[in-house]
Write a protein that binds this ligand. Structure first.
Ligand code: AKB
Length: 341
């Protein structure tokens, strides 16, 4: 008998950390963690098996199909927006071809099992693209179907993979004599910028939020690469994990769309700096905008409409801006960087 497992790609990333800890602490889920880098020691107790490897390695994925009965896939691995712009073709390979490989794996598993494998895909506000700052400032809360004209390779990859997921779930090989009936159950969430107390993101463009905080907590000066008036939606990591699990547990019949926005608060960069200063009065934060990264953030919405998620699967964040800092980020970060006694 093959073991029923949950596969988590990008296990070592920001979201991977939160998700593996959360699911692992439940104790009743067999986690297969996949990452190109060795798994962090603190995650090892929670994973039934860690596989160090690449989502572009089809042989590796093929061996996993043979060995495990994969019931759910959280496909978290990706190259984020800033890093992707330094090598767009590599980003395309990892973000699109890697996702395609996993969708194929999910279909194959669904066929073997005679039931749909669930595929949870974290997309991003990078899937949006507003043409200029004036439009961004006037747009208000953006729904899933609006302004889907991303300007980054990462955003384009995310938007396209949402469509690929929809295709694999509903129309895969639709002209075949015997089209696959065991399709997959694909569900996607468009995340805002995420702020975690445990990990510092790498390669993203919303990173100025978490970076400001982590630098201040370590007593390091920080040059913020966007203007003070730059506004983006953000969310605390525990809410991001909660939304993934809520969407996973939602009844299929209650879902009216494939892709859902979720959000919590939407501060300006100056707001984040003010909050950070209120907890770390000695923090040295300078605004040194970087033209191209600023342009990317200016193309992302100032706020998003998550009413579909609220209506269809009861989404509600636990942490608004005040609670996110006072009850989660600040205590956890103080503890993380506390000098050893
Ligand atoms: C990035 O900045 O690339 C990510 C994202 C908004 O998806 N954090």
């Amino acid at each position: 008998m093959r073991k029923e497992v949950v596969l988590i790609t990008g296990a070592n990333g920001e979201m991977g950390h939160g998700l593996i800890k959360h699911l692992g602490q439940q104790g009743n889920v067999n986690i297969i963690a996949l990452d190109v880098q060795p798994l962090d020691d603190e995650l090892k107790p929670y994973a039934m098996r860690f596989i160090q490897g690449d989502i572009l390695d089809q042989m590796l994925l093929g061996r996993m199909v043979v060995e495990f009965e994969i019931r759910t896939i959280f496909h978290l691995a990706s190259i984020l927006s800033t890093k992707a712009e330094y090598n767009p073709e590599t980003a395309h390979r990892v973000n699109v071809e890697g996702t395609l490989n996993l969708l194929r794996l999910a279909v194959e598993q669904s066929q073997w099992q005679g039931r749909p494998v669930m595929f949870i895909y974290p997309s991003s506000i990078a899937a949006y693209g507003l043409p200029d700052l004036e439009t961004k400032n006037r747009a208000g809360k953006i729904r899933e179907t609006q302004w889907c004209m991303p300007i980054t390779m990462y955003g384009i990859n995310k938007l396209y993979c949402e469509h690929l997921g929809r295709y694999y779930a509903a129309n895969y090989r639709q002209l075949a004599a015997d089209p696959d009936r065991s399709s997959i159950d694909f569900r996607a969430i468009r995340f805002p910028g995420l702020i975690s107390a445990d990990t510092i993101p790498t390669g993203g463009t919303s990173d100025y939020g978490p970076e400001m905080l982590h630098h201040a907590a370590q007593g390091e000066p920080y040059n913020c690469f966007v203007r003070p008036d730059t506004r983006l939606p953000f969310m605390a990591m525990p809410d991001a994990i909660k939304s993934l699990l809520h969407l996973m547990n939602a009844r299929r019949s209650s879902l009216t769309q494939t892709v859902y926005n979720v959000t919590s608060f939407n501060p300006t960069a100056q707001d984040i700096a003010d909050i950070v200063h209120s907890y770390f009065p000695a923090a040295e934060i300078n605004f040194v905008p970087h033209g191209s990264r600023q342009k990317i953030v200016d193309s992302w919405p100032a706020d998003i409409d998550d009413s579909a998620a609220r209506r269809d699967w009861g989404w509600q964040p636990d942490y608004d801006q005040e609670r996110a800092f006072s009850e989660y980020l600040i205590p956890a970060i103080r503890q993380r960087y506390a000098a050893p006694v």
